[in-house]
Design a protein around this ligand. Structure first.
Ligand SMILES: C[S@@+](CC[C@H](N)C(=O)[O-])C[C@H]1O[C@@H](n2cnc3c(N)ncnc32)[C@H](O)[C@@H]1O
Length: 407
């Protein structure tokens, strides 16, 4: 698997039984990915949006997988001995995720008495939540945002797991040119960059406010090393112990990094962004690339998807969360938008290019594709999350369009 946030940091080895929470429509993809991980065993889909498994070994591969939102443990005693809970700073700070105040108080009291943990609803490492047959403990440092960074969002920003699903459906190959013509706050582009750091990206949107957020988000990819959250959490003992291979892979937000020797080598430009006085180590840091500090950029441009500023046949993958016509746009506007966008995708896509388009305005997209004739649906996947049920359509060229030169 490519796109691991910090490929060289070795996370702890643990033995535990884990519950991974994803979205309805992504569990099979998650299972496929965890099956390939040497430390994961006994994998089973427990419900439409949960996968259970055991781990016996390092956490690195699991922590690098973007297809789940949270990891929880079922057996707290065992986890405290050998599992994910054993690596948290003590006393463990916890919250209780239930709306019922009486039940919450009861669980807080019982947990404080039994484990000696402290209730810190605003600054927690464990979230106790009801599950099928009792309570499970979500591990804060393994949540999606603690592993990959907190992105600024708008109400219509693409769900983080959905973005991961879309880029898997796109089957991106190294070095390909990937465009999101409705990029908004850049969620899909961020996911592509994490998974496929060698791709050439471009994001377009007609909303300058969304583009400003996308630009900020592109500068902030997190680097939190799960389960090492205490002071001096990351200590690099050997020279060159930490190499940052991908643009923007390392963001240090607190006093998290102490460098004693020539421990940090940054190979590419834009690899390191320091927010605050996080780094103080004399001349311990040498930057050999071009304009290394300042964050990693993704090319973004203001424009309309109906007139892409791109040459014919110049793009390998188009991936987009289209306006569904609810929060963004309208069904009426989509009647002209969708055919126009499909026309542009047909124009800019390479002969063996692929487009992945997400919408809830399904009939409209289907009929626009049928009328347009140059593109066909080769796969589709229904996703369910937060009351939405969009379908992701994978499009490739029809045979006729493959043999007709690009206009
Ligand atoms: C569903 S949102 C995409 C969300 C985005 N993937 C994100 O994570 O923020 C649709 C986006 O399309 C943009 N948009 C709507 N009509 C457009 C058009 N004709 N051309 C370009 N962008 C458009 C909106 O501004 C909005 O940001």
């Amino acid at each position: 698997m490519s796109g691991i946030v910090l490929p060289c940091i070795v996370l702890p080895c643990i033995t535990d039984h884990l519950v991974l929470r994803t979205i309805d429509g992504a569990a099979d993809l998650l299972i496929e990915e965890v099956r390939a991980m040497a430390s994961i065993h006994s994998i089973r889909q427990a419900s439409v949006d949960t996968v259970e498994c055991t781990i016996d070994g390092p956490l690195d591969d699991l922590a690098a997988c973007g297809l789940y939102a949270t990891v929880a443990v079922r057996d707290l005693d065992q986890s405290l001995r050998t599992g994910a809970l054993s690596n948290l700073p003590h006393p463990v700070r916890f919250r209780v995720g239930t709306a019922d105040p009486a039940q919450r108080r009861e669980v807080i009291n019982a947990t404080e008495q039994r484990f000696g943990w402290v209730n810190r609803p605003g600054d927690w490492d464990v979230n106790l939540v009801p599950f099928a047959d009792g309570w499970i403990a979500e591990i804060g440092p393994l949540s999606w945002t603690r592993r990959f960074g907190l992105l600024e969002r708008l109400p219509w920003s693409t769900n983080l797991i959905v973005a991961e699903v879309l880029i898997r459906l796109a089957k991106i190959r190294p070095g390909q040119r990937v465009v999101d013509p409705f990029c908004g706050t850049g969620t899909i582009l961020q996911a592509v960059r994490r998974q496929h750091p060698t791709t050439h990206l471009l994001g377009l949107d007609h909303d300058p406010h969304a583009l400003r957020i996308a630009a900020n988000n592109a500068l902030s990819i997190a680097t939190s090393s799960p389960l090492t959250t205490a002071g001096n959490a990351l200590t690099i003992a050997a020279d060159d112990a930490l190499r940052v291979a991908a643009d923007g892979a390392l963001t240090i937000a607190g006093d998290a990094l102490t460098i004693a020797g020539k421990a940090l080598t940054i190979a590419g430009g834009d690899a390191l962004r320091i927010a605050g006085n996080a780094l103080a180590a004399g001349d311990a840091l040498k930057i050999t690339g071009g304009d290394a500090p300042g964050g990693s950029k993704i090319p973004l441009a203001r424009g309309t998807a109906e007139a892409l500023p791109l040459g014919s046949g110049s793009v390998d993958r188009v991936i987009a969360n289209l306006p569904f016509g609810k929060q963004v746009g309208s069904h009426r506007a989509n009647r002209t938008l969708y055919p126009a966008v499909l026309g542009e995708i047909d124009r800019v896509l390479s002969v063996d290019g692929r487009a992945v388009l997400l919408t809830e305005d399904k009939r409209l997209l289907h009929s626009a594709i049928e009328r347009q004739r140059a593109l066909k649906v080769v796969r589709q996947r229904v996703l369910r999350y937060n009351g939405a049920t969009p379908t992701a359509y994978v499009l490739s060229r029809t045979r006729l369009a493959r043999t007709t030169p690009a206009r």
